[in-house]
Design a protein around this ligand. Structure first.
Ligand code: PLP
Length: 235
């Protein structure tokens, strides 16, 4: 199967409200171009340097998503062009993104990564850390980031019930975030400083699901799937 046909058969199964991120990490530009020629415009990478190299070489209408763990000292290399950062899991990282976005005169869209898996090794926030981050003064003062929603990775297991449980949990946090924020900020003057920080209007995205579990993720409410090996082949 070619990259184009893999891509097309996956796209045919996705509901209209679900965005496909083609995860192209470790793959050569020629493979990405094949997906590009087939119409794909959103690519996901997990290393900043590799993403920057590909960005330089490829057409400029591509949206580049950073899906991997981000080191603060490397944010500056993607700040000029990155379209969405999925793996934000600390205030410190968010502050650096805000700073680099300001330098580039832009607002950078971010997803907050939640820890939903059983494994200790996966990055992400728990519910308390999420609440603490969102209610901090530092967060409220950031003018160059926009939180679009949440991202999560399920436990690496064959157990579908376990994965489903974790996806449903992420959807639950997502829904409460939207509701809570709508209540807090409903009816306020849209020009006040507080209202600028109202994130309920921008909360729209729940990034969950990879090659092995994206159908399940969609059943559980995913709006963005990150698919690599089913499009480009194994790594
Ligand atoms: C590599 C990766 C993916 C894609 O994984 P596949 O199993 O190849 O679809 C999705 N999300 C993240 C965070 C990744 O690192």
């Amino acid at each position: 199967m070619s990259i184009a046909s893999n891509l097309n058969s996956i796209k045919a199964t996705l509901p209209e409200n679900v965005t496909l991120v083609a995860v192209s990490k470790t793959k050569p530009v020629s493979d990405l171009m094949e997906a590009y020629e087939a119409g794909q415009r959103i690519f996901g990478e997990n290393k900043i340097q590799e993403m920057a190299d590909k960005w330089k070489q490829m057409p400029k209408d591509i949206q580049w998503h950073m899906i991997g763990h981000v080191q603060t000292n490397k944010v500056k290399f993607m700040a000029p062009f990155v379209s969405l950062i999925h793996g934000v899991d600390s205030l410190k990282l968010l502050q650096e993104i805000n700073k680099q976005a300001a330098k580039n005169n832009r607002v950078i869209d971010c997803l907050l990564q939640m820890h939903i898996a059983e494994e200790e090794t996966k990055f992400g926030l728990d519910e308390n850390e999420l609440n603490a981050l969102l209610s901090s003064t530092e967060f409220k003062e950031m003018q160059h980031i926009r939180i679009l929603g949440l991202m999560g990775m399920a436990t690496f297991t064959e157990n579908q019930n376990q994965i489903r449980k974790e996806f449903i949990y992420l959807k639950y946090i997502f829904d409460s975030l939207r509701n809570r924020d709508a209540q807090q900020h409903g009816g306020r003057d849209t020009h006040s400083r507080d209202a600028q920080q109202c994130i309920s209007t921008s909360i729209s995205t729940i990034s969950m699901g990879m090659s092995g579990d994206y159908q399940l993720a969609i059943e559980c409410g995913s709006t963005m799937v990150r698919i690599g090996s089913s499009i480009f082949g194994g790594r």
